[in-house]
Design a protein around this ligand. Structure first.
Ligand code: CP3
Length: 340
């Protein structure tokens, strides 16, 4: 591989410089993405390999990121489990028949990823061929708590009242759902690895909504189950949680090689708390990218310094926002690469 900085950083090996990419780097802030998206519905885009490959590669071609993440969405396997999912511009994901009962949980299936989502594996295979070792290819999945939140709430949520009601009032029903999702994600990520993913990232975006105790019961065990069941000798795993500062030490026991942390926690504090055994990814506030190229470059350099040049992957603390100017995203990547 020509540029394997991210894989080496994830494994704790020496690197010449800190690798850099951005969560949600393929997306609406890029005019080239909007041009493709203008012709196609979001879910159709996810299911059309040629187009998904094209938008996956855009941030690599336009910004020079150190890794490519396949274009897809965490809700793709949810649809395969048997729940109706729609994704509408500005409204976001909607699941018109939210899961509220044990009978509904029992009706969901653990889908064969090759049969139900062959396009995902096709996207990865084509990307590996097109990249030809230029930079590593990242596969991903949502983690059980976060996927269950969409499935039970019926979409995005402000206070997670429905899934938390189930968590407190009917914990067995929620555990049955979480376990079914975990089994689904294991098959799904193993199929991605088989198809060519060289790094996998598990997105537990909304686990930061949990108390440390509830995290220990309803999120961590399923992250652990998945990460222990992946065929990933050579494939590092990254775990992202937005708002992980309250239970970082627990997160460090997930089995992930790299913890992807949000901006609410200082990078040096995070390193002190988890020790030298794991990598850290992050953690610029995505809103910094709404400021000026100069400020962005200086904040990126500060983070690289704080990361100490070892076991650190420079990234945002959550996904890039659609209103981010491309020039500012470029400033972040170039400063990350020491070009500014
Ligand atoms: O990172 C990448 O560039 C790869 C693509 C990617 C998307 N979604 C594309 C997308 C990835 C890794 C995701 C993961 C994802 N999806 C997460 C976890 C990461 C996070 O941000 O916490 C979550 C929670 C989702 C669910 C989801 N999908 C939401 C909440 C939305 C609507 C909000 C939004 O950003 O529009 C989506 C839709 C979505 N997924 C878009 C993209 C580019 C926008 C759809 C469009 O083009 O209209």
């Amino acid at each position: 591989m020509k540029n394997d900085l991210m894989i080496r950083a994830a494994r704790g090996e020496a690197v010449e410089r800190t690798p850099v990419w951005m969560m949600r780097q393929a997306g609406r802030y890029l005019p080239e993405y909007r041009a493709v998206r203008g012709q196609t519905e979001f879910l159709t885009l996810c299911k059309t390999p040629e187009l998904a490959v094209e938008v996956s590669l855009q941030p690599y071609r336009i910004l020079g990121v150190d890794a490519v993440i396949m274009f897809s969405d965490i809700l793709i396997p949810v649809e395969a489990m048997g729940q109706v999912v729609t994704l509408t511009e500005k409204i976001g994901p909607k699941l018109p028949e939210p899961i509220r009962t044990r009978a509904q949980v029992d009706r969901l299936i653990v889908p064969d990823p090759i049969e139900t989502t062959p396009f995902v594996m096709e996207i990865l295979r084509i990307l590996r061929r097109e990249l030809d070792g230029a930079v590593p290819l990242i596969g991903f999945a949502g983690a059980p708590w976060t996927l269950a939140a969409y499935m039970v709430e019926g979409g995005g949520s402000k206070n997670y009242a429905e899934i938390k009601r189930m968590m407190f009032a009917e914990p067995k029903t929620l555990h049955a759902l979480l376990d079914k999702i975990a089994d689904t994600v294991i098959l799904y990520l193993n199929a991605q690895i088989e198809a060519g993913a060289q790094i996998v990232q598990l997105f537990d975006s909304w686990a930061g909504e949990l108390s440390p105790r509830d995290y220990a019961e309803f999120a961590l065990p399923y992250q652990q189950k998945i990460l222990a069941a992946l065929n990933r000798d050579a494939v590092p795993a990254i775990l992202f949680i937005n708002g992980c500062g309250t239970f970082l030490e627990q997160m460090a026991t997930s089995g992930a090689d790299v913890l992807s942390i949000d901006w609410r926690i200082d990078l040096r504090d995070a390193r002190r708390r988890i020790g030298d055994r794991l990598g850290i990814q992050g953690n610029l506030d995505p809103c910094v990218l709404l400021s000026t190229p100069e400020l962005i470059a200086s904040k990126a350099r500060e983070l690289i310094e704080a990361g100490g040049g070892r076991r650190h992957i420079l990234n945002l603390g959550h996904g890039i926002l659609p209103m981010t100017p491309v020039e500012n995203a470029r400033a972040f990547i170039e400063a990350g690469k020491g070009l500014r």
